[in-house]
Design a protein around this ligand. Sequence first.
Ligand code: F0G
Length: 459
Amino acid sequence: MNLPFAEPYKIKMVESLHRSSREERERWIREAKYNLFNLRSSQVFIDLLTDSGTGAMSDKQWSEMMLGDESYAGASSYFKLKEAINDITGFPHFLPTHQGRAAENVLFSVMVKEGDIVPGNAHFDTTKGHIEFRRAHAVDCTIDEAYDISLDHPFKGNVDLEKLERVLLGNPRERIPMIILTVTCNTSGGQPVSLRNIREVKAMADRFGIPLIFDAARFAENAWFIRKREEEFADWSIRDIVREMFRHGDAMTMSSKKDAIVNMGGFIGIRDIDLYRRASTYNILFEGYVTYGGMSGRDMNALARGLYEGTEYDYLEARVGQVARLGKKLRDHGVPVQYPFGGHAIFVDARRFLTRVPQEEYIAQKLAVELFLEGGVRGVEIGTLLADRDPATGKDRFPPLELVRLTIPRRVYTDNHMDYVAAALCNVWDRRDSITRGFRILYEAPILRHFTVELEPAG
Ligand code: F0G
């Protein structure tokens, strides 16, 4: 008999979960004004809101916490992290920050100014936010295939080189401070960028003399997909692929809360000493002195260790495999999900799921709430609520896709939990025709409304 797959770790500490009744959940979600962000975590059975900062650290990471050096300047923890970053990514210089968006804030303070154009592959919300906050523009150059969620394509995070070239030819060189490559591309569903595409983007960036910056939150999952789907790299180690990816970058911003498996932290990896020096000033202003920048010594130690654990082949096999297990169960039942499955999440197409709910009644939010009512599972809406209103017309902006993201934390849930999630969503699928109305807004903030919005059932 072939031995079946099993996780390359065992569990040393457990955290109890509360299995609620449907009546409790109905009351809680009503009290939360049908906004899943307003729930207490104790009211959630399986929490798939995000994979950011929600992972389980290992015994070795926890033991590193005890070795943290909390000196203000020159802590041994800083040098341990510097060595790990250099070893894993190849970047010789680095600045610690408290999380990924802080890394964006520091780097963009040096590089992005009003009126600039920043092309990339579907920038993440905070990346776009930090660009637009500076009155610059983010231009999405992702391949069109990314937006057809059932189309089978191995690298839906790829940049369309013709789109990119049009942006580079159509604007003066000095208006384009950088090209950003997000690996994997969260916005398009945790979809990878191929090494071939990275090389081609880099060649074009060089031709125009423009720096290439990685948004590297899920770089290890990206390397996993390269190994699996790009023949040239089938025999390469994950760490060799990672170094080959980053070799093409001038800098990277990192949210360590994802692929480095820590609960808080981030950094900027930088190749050029001059850029490092200029960014250091902003790091000291916004984050803290350059040898701790928003992180305690113990957190830097745990992060240094996490960079190694997050790039282990066996771990990634379990990680990406667990996401795919959930995706496959849903797909086999007929539930419309993004395919191929992404590295960190399954994206459910709510418009094809709840066909009877009117577009202006927040279809994806309705589906997310139904999943919570069904089984106490919390996903997150990536649809009209998240898209906010058009600032000019004040009308809802209807995005091309209404999605519910089921985001899997690292090393936290078992396959039984995934089977439970799949069963809950399949139950909603089986009664989908009885769901005909969504929500009306009672209160909303002018921007980023999805975090605080208050809703009531429509009709
Ligand atoms: N870049 C990407 C691709 C991200 O997914 C995130 C965060 C960030 C940057 C910002 O990092 O949260 O540490 O400040 N994504 C989280 C999510 C919030 O749920 O996808 P941060």
